[in-house]
Design a protein around this ligand. Structure first.
Ligand SMILES: [Zn+2]
Length: 246
């Protein structure tokens, strides 16, 4: 479970490495990418929270697998997903696109399209003094998503969009891949002290059974080789290298 000071956001680890984020305020909650329903139901009911909305970053089963059961428990819940994914996320009831603004839990949430992992992946950005980005499978701590449907150029542009956000943005990604991403990065840059230090910090957290995410954009700019790539060719090389790394 992880908290941030400005607002309460907790992470529930499920499946092998997914993290479901629950953002709560007063007696309401918003769930991001529920891979499973039961851990979410248990948490919300145990804390007397009404489920106001489900945010879906993309259509993969380990992001939408719990949604139908959650709708049965909370029939009035808003299910917010890309307008381009009406076929693959058919239970959406509030379809959004790049640039839309939502009002959730007394805050403004902007929709960003971040293609690459899929052709219609979106992210949700809470624009405030302590900005938050729910990024799904586009960026991970020290890594980025695999390019399943989109192009290298789309993913590179998506990362540029993330880099343009305020440096104090907290990034909530959907998988706990940090340690293996850091080991890969150290294979490529064995002398990189920032990455070495981060690995030590991450291993301590893992030993304590803590999540290693969310991550801070400012720190990612130092340790995430994909964010550090400053041209498409360099980015593409890294992505192809990581796909083959074991
Ligand atoms: Zn995915």
């Amino acid at each position: 479970m992880e908290f941030n000071k400005a607002r309460k956001i907790i992470g529930i680890r499920v499946l092998s490495d997914n993290v479901i984020w629950i953002w709560e305020n007063n007696n309401s909650a918003v769930v991001i990418d529920p891979a499973l329903s039961q851990p979410v139901i248990d948490y919300l009911k145990g804390n007397n929270l009404n489920l106001e909305a489900i945010l879906q970053t993309h259509h993969h089963l380990d992001h939408i697998g719990g949604t139908v059961e959650l709708i049965k428990e909370w029939p009035n819940v808003k299910v917010i997903a890309s307008v381009k994914e009406k076929d693959r996320i058919p239970f959406q009831n509030l379809s959004v696109k790049e640039g839309d603004t939502l009002h959730l839990l007394d805050e403004e949430v902007q929709v960003l399209e971040v293609m690459g992992h899929t052709i219609s992946h979106i992210a949700f950005y809470i624009h405030s003094k302590v900005p938050v980005l729910f990024i799904g499978d586009t960026l991970f701590s020290a890594g980025c998503g695999r390019i399943f449907e989109g192009t290298y150029k789309q993913m590179y542009d998506s990362l540029k969009k993330i880099k343009s956000l305020p440096k104090n943005t907290l990034i909530y990604c959907a998988h706990e891949y940090t340690k293996s991403n850091l080991l890969w990065a150290l294979d490529l840059e064995p002398e990189n002290q920032n990455i070495k230090n981060k690995l030590i910090e991450v291993e301590k957290k893992i030993a304590l059974k803590e999540l290693t995410i969310p991550c801070l954009l400012e720190e990612e700019m130092k340790i995430n080789l994909f964010l550090k790539a400053d041209n498409l060719k360099g980015f593409s090389y890294l992505r192809a290298n990581k796909d083959l790394w074991v």
